[in-house]
Design a protein around this ligand. Structure first.
Ligand SMILES: NC(=O)c1ccc[n+]([C@@H]2O[C@H](COP(=O)([O-])OP(=O)(O)OC[C@H]3O[C@@H](n4cnc5c(N)ncnc54)[C@H](OP(=O)(O)O)[C@@H]3O)[C@@H](O)[C@H]2O)c1
Length: 269
């Protein structure tokens, strides 16, 4: 009997999967049976390490360098993915970064950099993925959907974040990009959803968890009293990419140990 959350025979492209959450997602999708395109911008070694890990576990993967904020590089990345694996079934729009400044100290460059990668990059990759889904057509043996897009958002699509206006604005933008794409593409059987991680142990937020004092402070924001791991997001991505979630469209799935439950109000506010 085939497993409902199997990704056997499907091809997944995961942006920014040389590190952190993307690496965890790439590994989890490969373990569910997908061939994986491991995208990265700078960390060739990190990407090759994930590819080797997938191959050592019996899977298939290639590393492809591309800056997701650059239109021609995104097109070249999809071309490489399609010439290697024939198509793309799943896009995980994960690449992202922070450039933190108070509002008055934030340069236009820092603003544009974050919006360019975290938001415009998701648009550019989604557009290429959808073109490919339509070109390929539905393959019912592989999936009930024509294609699946998972956007990596953040709890900051809803929680304001002083000192991080560019980042919070990019994730608020991802929320409406995701919902608008989901509404537009649902009739074509393309599912678009987001994962909004809370605090996950990766290089992006190392200073928030790499000493016991920092971790204790961080845990005040997490009712479940555990800092997340990339694999927590990987498991959610497998579910959203598979037919197990076939009737789920336009959802932000918060994977945050309850961070969005206003923990400050737990003791009566
Ligand atoms: N960690 C958390 O607690 C947390 C919480 C909420 C949301 N998120 C989101 O999760 C995503 C991944 O973050 P992370 O924590 O895993 O950070 P990370 O470990 O720093 O990884 C970021 C990844 O993005 C890639 N990247 C950066 N700029 C890129 C570009 N222009 N084009 C292509 N790839 C690029 C990096 O590749 P190179 O190293 O090769 O540049 C790296 O693989 C981000 O969207 C972030 O906003 C993270």
């Amino acid at each position: 009997m085939s497993q409902i959350n199997s990704l056997e025979g499907q091809v997944a492209l995961v942006t920014g999967s040389s590190s952190g959450i993307g690496a965890g997602v790439a590994l989890a999708l490969a373990q569910a049976g997908a061939k994986v395109v491991v995208n990265y911008a700078h960390s060739t070694k990190g990407a090759e390490k994930i590819v080797s890990k997938i191959v050592s576990l019996g899977g298939e993967a290639i590393a492809v360098q591309a800056d997701v904020s650059q239109e021609e590089q995104v097109k070249a990345m999809f071309h490489k993915a399609i010439t290697t694996y024939e198509t793309v079934d799943i896009l995980v729009n994960n690449a992202g970064l922070q450039k933190d400044f108070s509002l008055v100290d934030m340069s236009l460059e820092a603003w544009n950099k974050v919006i360019g990668i975290n938001l415009t990059g998701q648009f550019l990759c989604a557009r290429e993925a959808v073109k490919e889904f339509i070109r390929r057509g539905i393959v019912p043996e592989r999936s009930s959907a024509l294609g699946k897009i998972i956007c990596m958002s953040s709890v900051h699509e809803t929680i304001p974040w002083a000192g991080h206006c560019n980042y919070a604005a990019s994730k608020g933008g991802v929320m409406m990009l995701m919902k608008s794409m989901a509404q537009e593409l649902a009739p074509q059987k393309i599912r678009v959803n987001s994962i909004a991680p809370g605090a996950i142990k990766t290089p992006i937020n190392k200073e928030a968890w790499d000493t016991p004092e920092a971790e204790e402070k961080l845990l005040e924001l997490i009712p479940y009293k555990r800092v997340g791991e990339p694999d927590d997001i990987g498991k959610a991505a497998v579910w959203l990419a598979s037919d197990a979630s076939d009737y789920v469209n336009g959802l932000t799935l918060f994977v945050d140990g309850g961070m969005t439950l206003y923990p400050g109000f737990a003791g009566n506010g």
